[in-house]
Design a protein around this ligand. Structure first.
Ligand SMILES: Cc1cc2nc3c(=O)[nH]c(=O)nc-3n(C[C@H](O)[C@H](O)[C@H](O)COP(=O)(O)O)c2cc1C
Length: 203
């Protein structure tokens, strides 16, 4: 009997597009694994101006994530631009609305990984990646990094870390994704999807 494809949720926030490009590469890695479909989803911006609102449906790009996406996915990649060495408030705000999923264990036992983009090379990629993992541990997700069997971890002169995929977008945000960053993002998506497939086989 044919099994339904596994859904791997690639959830990201991106203001200027750099983190979105990483999300698309991770989705490419996910879809390189037979039996896995990437589901790209984003979160709305938050504002200190309480009257400011976002449209119900984004004007372009990935749809907004729904809480059902968390229950339906077999694995989860989470990405955010670095903001003062941490995830953007839009992503944190999303997690703060997931108490019901935390209580029900909707994500417990599923594999996960993280990714980020920074304006400066030493502006907090690792701190953002590590702190983005914290709510994932609370949800019971099994967080994956990248092993040094990926040779690009030794050669990269920009982003790409053992804690997750990353990109150095430059102060003007215009640096293109390097070959090393690209390979590592695809490898992370592939590793996430392969792990979800292995976990299904032993469930
Ligand atoms: C409020 C704010 C805080 C930021 N903090 C950092 C930071 O701590 N370190 C850094 O390298 N870049 C920082 N940046 C730059 C962004 O991380 C960078 O431009 C990123 O690539 C944007 O991703 P995006 O194109 O997906 O929005 C900050 C940007 C903003 C607007």
């Amino acid at each position: 009997m044919n099994q339904a494809n596994l859904i791997i949720l690639v959830l990201f926030y991106s203001r200027h597009g750099a983190t979105r490009k990483l999300a698309e590469l991770i989705a490419q890695g996910v879809e390189s694994v037979p039996g896995c479909d990437a589901r790209l989803r984003t979160v709305p911006a938050v504002s200190t101006v309480t009257e400011a609102t976002e449209p119900d449906v984004p004007d372009e790009g990935a749809p907004y994530v729904e809480l059902d996406d968390l229950a339906e996915c077999a694995g989860l990649a989470v990405g955010s631009p670095t903001r003062f060495g941490n995830m953007a408030s839009a992503m944190k705000y999303f997690w703060d609305g997931t108490a019901a999923q935390w209580l029900s264990g909707a994500l417990a036992g599923k594999p996960a990984c993280v990714f980020t983009s920074t304006g400066s090379l030493h502006g907090g990629q690792e701190s953002t990646l590590l702190s983005m993992m914290i709510p994932l541990f609370h949800h019971g997700l099994m967080v994956l990094g990248l092993p040094y069997t990926n040779p690009e971890l030794m050669t990269t002169a920009s982003g790409g870390t053992p804690y997750g995929a990353s990109h150095w977008s430059g102060l003007d945000g215009k640096k293109t994704i390097t070959e090393d960053e690209k390979r590592l993002a695809i490898a992370l998506g592939r590793r996430l999807a392969e792990t979800a497939v292995k976990l299904r086989a032993i469930a």
